[in-house]
Design a protein around this ligand. Structure first.
Ligand code: MN
Length: 241
Protein backbone atom coordinates (compact mmCIF):
# COMPACT_ATOMS: atom_id res chain seq x y z
CA UNK A 1 0.00 0.00 0.00
CA UNK A 2 1.22 3.47 -0.88
CA UNK A 3 0.51 6.94 0.40
CA UNK A 4 0.89 9.90 -1.96
CA UNK A 5 1.55 13.57 -1.28
CA UNK A 6 1.10 16.46 -3.69
CA UNK A 7 0.75 20.24 -3.39
CA UNK A 8 0.76 23.49 -5.33
CA UNK A 9 -1.12 22.38 -8.42
CA UNK A 10 -2.62 25.87 -8.64
CA UNK A 11 -5.55 24.52 -10.67
CA UNK A 12 -7.23 27.24 -12.75
CA UNK A 13 -9.26 27.59 -15.94
CA UNK A 14 -6.35 29.10 -17.86
CA UNK A 15 -4.21 25.98 -17.31
CA UNK A 16 -6.23 23.06 -18.72
CA UNK A 17 -2.93 21.17 -19.11
CA UNK A 18 -2.56 21.01 -15.31
CA UNK A 19 -6.16 19.85 -14.90
CA UNK A 20 -5.57 17.12 -17.48
CA UNK A 21 -2.34 16.06 -15.78
CA UNK A 22 -4.15 15.85 -12.44
CA UNK A 23 -7.03 13.76 -13.81
CA UNK A 24 -4.46 11.41 -15.40
CA UNK A 25 -2.57 11.31 -12.09
CA UNK A 26 -5.75 10.27 -10.27
CA UNK A 27 -6.50 7.56 -12.80
CA UNK A 28 -3.03 6.08 -12.95
CA UNK A 29 -0.77 7.00 -10.03
CA UNK A 30 -3.42 7.32 -7.36
CA UNK A 31 -5.61 4.37 -8.34
CA UNK A 32 -5.36 1.72 -5.63
CA UNK A 33 -3.32 3.83 -3.24
CA UNK A 34 -4.08 3.92 0.47
CA UNK A 35 -4.21 7.68 0.92
CA UNK A 36 -3.64 10.91 -0.99
CA UNK A 37 -2.62 14.09 0.83
CA UNK A 38 -3.00 17.44 -0.93
CA UNK A 39 -0.96 19.98 1.02
CA UNK A 40 -2.36 23.30 -0.13
CA UNK A 41 -2.60 25.63 -3.10
CA UNK A 42 -4.53 22.92 -4.87
CA UNK A 43 -6.54 25.68 -6.54
CA UNK A 44 -5.04 28.98 -7.68
CA UNK A 45 -7.89 30.87 -6.02
CA UNK A 46 -10.95 30.14 -3.89
CA UNK A 47 -13.62 32.64 -2.91
CA UNK A 48 -16.28 30.35 -1.48
CA UNK A 49 -17.82 26.91 -2.00
CA UNK A 50 -20.86 28.52 -3.65
CA UNK A 51 -18.92 29.54 -6.77
CA UNK A 52 -19.17 26.01 -8.20
CA UNK A 53 -17.31 26.59 -11.46
CA UNK A 54 -17.19 23.77 -14.01
CA UNK A 55 -13.53 23.21 -13.09
CA UNK A 56 -14.31 22.96 -9.37
CA UNK A 57 -17.17 20.54 -10.08
CA UNK A 58 -15.06 18.40 -12.39
CA UNK A 59 -12.28 18.11 -9.80
CA UNK A 60 -14.76 17.31 -7.00
CA UNK A 61 -16.26 14.50 -9.08
CA UNK A 62 -12.85 13.01 -9.87
CA UNK A 63 -11.79 13.14 -6.22
CA UNK A 64 -15.09 11.63 -5.09
CA UNK A 65 -14.64 8.72 -7.50
CA UNK A 66 -11.18 8.02 -6.05
CA UNK A 67 -12.53 8.33 -2.51
CA UNK A 68 -15.39 5.92 -3.35
CA UNK A 69 -12.82 3.44 -4.67
CA UNK A 70 -11.31 3.21 -1.18
CA UNK A 71 -8.47 5.76 -1.21
CA UNK A 72 -8.58 8.15 1.77
CA UNK A 73 -8.24 11.77 0.71
CA UNK A 74 -6.93 14.66 2.79
CA UNK A 75 -6.74 18.34 1.92
CA UNK A 76 -4.84 21.10 3.70
CA UNK A 77 -5.41 24.76 2.91
CA UNK A 78 -2.73 26.78 1.15
CA UNK A 79 -2.37 30.55 1.04
CA UNK A 80 -4.48 30.71 -2.12
CA UNK A 81 -7.29 28.28 -1.38
CA UNK A 82 -7.72 28.71 2.38
CA UNK A 83 -11.44 29.39 1.92
CA UNK A 84 -12.21 25.87 0.67
CA UNK A 85 -14.98 24.82 3.04
CA UNK A 86 -16.67 21.74 4.43
CA UNK A 87 -19.29 21.77 1.70
CA UNK A 88 -16.74 21.33 -1.10
CA UNK A 89 -14.82 18.75 0.92
CA UNK A 90 -18.01 16.73 1.39
CA UNK A 91 -18.72 16.87 -2.33
CA UNK A 92 -15.17 15.72 -3.09
CA UNK A 93 -15.02 13.01 -0.41
CA UNK A 94 -12.08 14.77 1.17
CA UNK A 95 -11.16 15.30 4.83
CA UNK A 96 -9.92 18.81 5.63
CA UNK A 97 -6.62 18.73 7.54
CA UNK A 98 -5.40 21.41 9.96
CA UNK A 99 -2.14 23.17 9.16
CA UNK A 100 -0.02 21.91 10.91
CA UNK A 101 -0.96 18.24 11.36
CA UNK A 102 1.12 15.30 12.55
CA UNK A 103 0.33 11.93 10.98
CA UNK A 104 1.71 8.47 11.63
CA UNK A 105 3.30 7.63 8.27
CA UNK A 106 4.01 3.89 8.51
CA UNK A 107 5.40 4.26 12.01
CA UNK A 108 7.18 7.61 11.58
CA UNK A 109 5.49 10.68 13.04
CA UNK A 110 5.43 13.17 10.17
CA UNK A 111 4.61 16.86 10.36
CA UNK A 112 2.53 18.14 7.44
CA UNK A 113 2.26 21.85 6.64
CA UNK A 114 1.51 23.98 3.63
CA UNK A 115 4.72 25.91 4.36
CA UNK A 116 3.74 29.57 4.17
CA UNK A 117 3.72 29.90 7.96
CA UNK A 118 7.44 28.96 7.93
CA UNK A 119 8.40 31.96 5.77
CA UNK A 120 8.66 34.26 8.76
CA UNK A 121 11.16 36.69 7.18
CA UNK A 122 8.33 37.94 5.00
CA UNK A 123 6.74 39.96 7.80
CA UNK A 124 4.37 41.77 5.50
CA UNK A 125 2.95 38.48 4.25
CA UNK A 126 2.67 37.04 7.76
CA UNK A 127 0.55 40.04 8.80
CA UNK A 128 -1.64 39.53 5.75
CA UNK A 129 -1.90 35.81 6.58
CA UNK A 130 -3.06 36.55 10.13
CA UNK A 131 -5.76 38.89 8.81
CA UNK A 132 -6.97 36.44 6.16
CA UNK A 133 -7.18 33.55 8.63
CA UNK A 134 -9.40 35.56 10.97
CA UNK A 135 -12.72 33.69 11.19
CA UNK A 136 -14.78 36.86 11.51
CA UNK A 137 -13.20 38.39 8.41
CA UNK A 138 -13.77 35.15 6.51
CA UNK A 139 -17.43 34.98 7.50
CA UNK A 140 -18.00 38.58 6.43
CA UNK A 141 -16.18 38.03 3.15
CA UNK A 142 -18.14 34.89 2.33
CA UNK A 143 -21.42 36.77 2.81
CA UNK A 144 -20.57 39.29 0.10
CA UNK A 145 -22.00 38.76 -3.40
CA UNK A 146 -19.96 36.45 -5.63
CA UNK A 147 -19.07 39.22 -8.10
CA UNK A 148 -17.64 41.34 -5.24
CA UNK A 149 -15.57 38.45 -4.00
CA UNK A 150 -14.26 37.72 -7.49
CA UNK A 151 -13.14 41.33 -7.79
CA UNK A 152 -11.41 41.35 -4.39
CA UNK A 153 -9.63 38.10 -5.24
CA UNK A 154 -8.35 39.57 -8.51
CA UNK A 155 -7.10 42.68 -6.75
CA UNK A 156 -5.37 40.70 -4.00
CA UNK A 157 -3.67 38.55 -6.59
CA UNK A 158 -2.36 41.57 -8.49
CA UNK A 159 -1.08 43.19 -5.29
CA UNK A 160 0.62 39.95 -4.23
CA UNK A 161 2.29 39.49 -7.62
CA UNK A 162 3.56 43.07 -7.64
CA UNK A 163 4.91 42.76 -4.08
CA UNK A 164 6.62 39.41 -4.61
CA UNK A 165 8.48 40.76 -7.61
CA UNK A 166 10.51 43.07 -5.39
CA UNK A 167 11.28 40.47 -2.73
CA UNK A 168 14.61 38.73 -2.26
CA UNK A 169 14.74 35.00 -2.93
CA UNK A 170 15.67 34.10 0.67
CA UNK A 171 12.67 36.00 2.03
CA UNK A 172 10.33 33.83 -0.06
CA UNK A 173 11.84 30.62 1.36
CA UNK A 174 11.31 29.03 4.76
CA UNK A 175 13.29 30.30 7.74
CA UNK A 176 15.61 27.44 8.82
CA UNK A 177 15.20 28.21 12.55
CA UNK A 178 11.43 28.17 12.12
CA UNK A 179 11.58 24.68 10.58
CA UNK A 180 13.60 23.32 13.50
CA UNK A 181 11.31 25.02 16.02
CA UNK A 182 8.17 23.57 14.41
CA UNK A 183 9.65 20.07 14.28
CA UNK A 184 10.84 20.24 17.89
CA UNK A 185 7.48 21.57 19.03
CA UNK A 186 5.71 18.60 17.43
CA UNK A 187 8.38 16.07 18.42
CA UNK A 188 9.03 14.84 14.87
CA UNK A 189 12.12 14.06 12.79
CA UNK A 190 10.31 14.37 9.47
CA UNK A 191 8.38 17.19 7.85
CA UNK A 192 6.62 17.43 4.49
CA UNK A 193 5.48 20.76 3.05
CA UNK A 194 4.92 22.66 -0.19
CA UNK A 195 4.43 26.36 -0.94
CA UNK A 196 7.99 27.40 -1.85
CA UNK A 197 8.04 25.60 -5.22
CA UNK A 198 11.55 24.34 -4.41
CA UNK A 199 11.16 20.56 -4.40
CA UNK A 200 13.98 18.86 -2.49
CA UNK A 201 14.90 16.66 0.45
CA UNK A 202 16.85 18.52 3.11
CA UNK A 203 18.72 16.65 5.84
CA UNK A 204 18.92 18.57 9.11
CA UNK A 205 19.37 18.09 12.83
CA UNK A 206 16.39 18.33 15.16
CA UNK A 207 16.68 17.76 18.90
CA UNK A 208 20.22 16.44 18.32
CA UNK A 209 19.09 13.73 15.92
CA UNK A 210 19.07 13.43 12.13
CA UNK A 211 15.87 14.69 10.53
CA UNK A 212 14.44 15.29 7.06
CA UNK A 213 12.45 18.12 5.50
CA UNK A 214 10.80 17.15 2.24
CA UNK A 215 9.54 19.95 -0.02
CA UNK A 216 6.93 19.05 -2.63
CA UNK A 217 7.05 20.60 -6.09
CA UNK A 218 4.53 22.78 -7.90
CA UNK A 219 2.84 21.62 -11.09
CA UNK A 220 3.89 24.33 -13.50
CA UNK A 221 6.23 22.45 -15.85
CA UNK A 222 6.30 19.06 -14.10
CA UNK A 223 4.02 16.74 -12.20
CA UNK A 224 5.59 16.28 -8.75
CA UNK A 225 4.55 13.73 -6.17
CA UNK A 226 5.92 11.97 -3.12
CA UNK A 227 5.34 8.28 -2.43
CA UNK A 228 5.67 6.54 0.92
CA UNK A 229 4.99 2.96 1.92
CA UNK A 230 5.66 0.62 4.84
CA UNK A 231 8.84 -0.80 3.30
CA UNK A 232 10.18 2.25 1.46
CA UNK A 233 11.31 5.68 2.63
CA UNK A 234 9.45 8.64 1.13
CA UNK A 235 10.61 9.36 -2.40
CA UNK A 236 10.03 12.42 -4.61
CA UNK A 237 9.06 11.81 -8.23
CA UNK A 238 8.59 14.06 -11.21
CA UNK A 239 7.62 13.79 -14.84
CA UNK A 240 7.04 16.43 -17.53
CA UNK A 241 3.58 17.93 -17.30
MN1 MN B 1 1.46 28.53 -1.26
Amino acid sequence: MTTLFISDLHLEESRPDITRAFLTFLEHRARGCEALYILGDFFEAWIGDDEKTPLQNQIAEALKALSDSGCRLFLMHGNRDFLIGQDYCDRAGVTLLDDPSVIDLYGTPTLLMHGDSLCTLDEEYQKFRTNMRNTQWQQMFLQRPLADRQMVARQLREISMAKNKGKDEFIMDVTPEEVVAAMEEHGVQRMIHGHTHRPAEHPLTVAGKPATRIVLGDWDTHVWWLTASADKAPELHKEPL
